[in-house]
Design a protein around this ligand. Structure first.
Ligand SMILES: *Cc1c(COP(=O)(O)O)cnc(C)c1O
Length: 493
């Protein structure tokens, strides 16, 4: 057992080093220190006491384990440590980062960036009542989907539309609803070339199972023909399904059945055709010099009864699953009970409406929609920014690292257009004068330091260097503002 003065003893000699871990002021005493009392006044007793207890316990344990010399624990330093803990506890864990990976629509970084008008709409609606489910015309109950249905129909040419939480939900709901219209018809026919995994646990065969459908695979991995579908249709068939293979391509000896052919086949037998587009660009990206991505408009024109796609991929809006199609098919989807469990929240819905309205002015889209603006940002513009930033970044990281502006290739991301690359530019940061083994360590350390900045900077590691693609960095100031701190942490004072 320790023999030491009572814990309260420290109060009378604040400047003296502590003799033993028992000397740490008791929580009550710690809270009476002026700094701590001010924290209590600001944040209340509950949080501050909780943190004070955790702080005292942590310190005591470290002292007892011999990791922290008693002499280093100054009583007056405790309130500063307490203030830090409280501040840290209150700081949100979800925070802005700088995505300099070169992947524009990055699932890890929240996918599409919302347009100003969408942000303003969320702000305007979030804090007060709104007409989410209230019909201002009749004064009666309204339908939240109707806020965007007309817009979606106008943009895509579909007869009807509804929206859910995300596209995974849209696909699940669509299959479930269409495969439960008739208890004798549960089979959904899909090509073996389209049994995609999107990431996580979203795999087409599992989705079919979850939806209570019996998946019938036809064709082969590389080739599926119209007769494969035709031969599989029988009295148990509920639906034909087409899945856009968004994150991979089958090249070489490959064949698949296009939507017009498949729609013809389905309708001949009185069956609906559903198409999951995944990304679903609402405009033809080729008009902006980008690779073409199939649009819901094309799918509707091709005769698809239902088309599903994401709100936060190429569309450039909030997380959402959009379902457009014929009046009959959409009505069936909308009244299926699972719809209620997947409905959109009012905030994403507010953002979605504002985002969709941007599509009414296609000539302004590349200016107003951040996703399109970033995808179409000219390489020369990005390269000029890289040239401008290089000296400052170089000054911050010299002499341990060399910093050079360079051309590089961006990716669209989120599974969209997986093989296409966009010419871009940025900075290549390489350890200077390190051994082969030292290079890896230096890169890891710098990557960690970049991630540890107040606004974390995330790049890409390749060829013994960190690559910072500047395509997504539209404004340099917040990046430049962090350079002094970067220098301090990466190089030292
Ligand atoms: C991304 C994607 C999904 C899932 O969409 P979320 O909006 O992420 O839920 C489904 N199908 C395809 C083909 C996709 O690319």
């Amino acid at each position: 057992m320790e023999t030491s003065p009572p814990a309260g003893g420290a109060a009378n000699r604040p400047a003296a080093p502590l003799a033993t871990p028992r000397d740490l002021p008791a929580v009550d005493r710690l809270l009476r220190e002026p700094g701590a009392a001010a924290l209590v006044a600001e944040h209340g007793h509950t949080l501050v006491t909780h943190e004070a207890r955790a702080l005292a316990e942590g310190l005591r344990e470290r002292c007892l384990r011999g990791e922290l010399p008693w002499a280093d624990v100054q009583p007056q330093a405790l309130t500063a440590a307490l203030a830090r803990r409280v501040g840290d506890r209150l700081a949100p864990r979800m925070r802005p980062v700088m995505n300099l990976t070169g992947t524009v629509i990055h699932t890890n970084f929240g996918r599409a960036l919302l347009a100003d008008s969408a942000l303003q709409q969320v702000l305007a609606l979030a804090g007060g009542p709104n007409n989410l489910e209230y019909d201002l015309g009749t004064g009666g109950r309204g339908d939240r989907d109707s806020l965007v249905e007309e817009l979606l129909c106008a943009i895509t040419g579909a007869e009807a539309a509804t929206v859910v939480n995300n596209n995974a939900g849209a696909v699940l709901l669509t299959i479930a609803a269409l495969a439960h219209r008739d208890p004798a018809r549960r089979e959904v026919i899909v090509s073996r070339g389209e049994l995609v995994e999107i990431g996580g646990a979203f795999r087409m065969p599992d989705v079919m199972t979850c939806a209570g459908a019996a998946m019938v695979e036809v064709g082969t991995t590389n080739r599926t023909h119209p007769r494969d579908y035709a031969d599989a249709i029988n009295e148990r068939t509920a639906l034909l399904m087409k899945v856009h293979t968004s994150n991979y391509v089958v090249k070489g000896f490959a064949a698949s059945v296009d939507e017009p052919t498949l729609a013809g086949l389905a309708h001949e037998r009185g069956l609906p055709l559903a198409s999951d587009l995944g990304s679903g660009a609402l405009v033809d990206l080729a008009a902006w010099g980008l690779p073409h991505e199939p649009t819901p408009q094309e799918m509707i024109k091709a005769g698809c009864d239902v088309v599903t796609f994401s709100g936060d991929k190429l569309l450039g809006g909030p997380q959402a699953g959009l379902i457009v199609g014929t009046r009959e098919a959409v009505a069936c989807v909308r009244k299926y009970p699972m719809k209620r469990a997947l409905r959109m929240g009012k905030l994403p819905l507010a953002a979605l409406e504002a985002t969709l309205r941007l599509y009414l002015r296609p000539e302004r889209l590349a200016r107003d929609l951040p996703t399109l603006r970033l995808l179409t940002r000219p390489q020369a513009d990005i390269a000029a920014m890289a040239e401008r930033l290089a000296p400052a970044v170089s000054a911050a990281l010299a002499p341990r690292f060399s910093v050079k502006p360079a051309a590089m290739m961006s990716q669209i991301g989120s599974g969209a257009l997986p093989v296409d690359r966009l010419p871009s530019a940025g900075l290549v940061i390489a350890p200077a004068g390190a051994s082969k083994k030292g290079i890896g360590t230096a890169i890891d350390e710098l990557a960690r330091t970049l991630r540890g900045l107040p606004c974390p900077v995330i790049g890409r590691v390749a060829d013994d260097a960190i690559w910072l693609d500047l395509r997504v960095l539209e404004h340099a100031e917040p990046f430049v503002a962090q350079l002094p701190l970067l220098r301090e942490r990466a190089i030292g004072p």
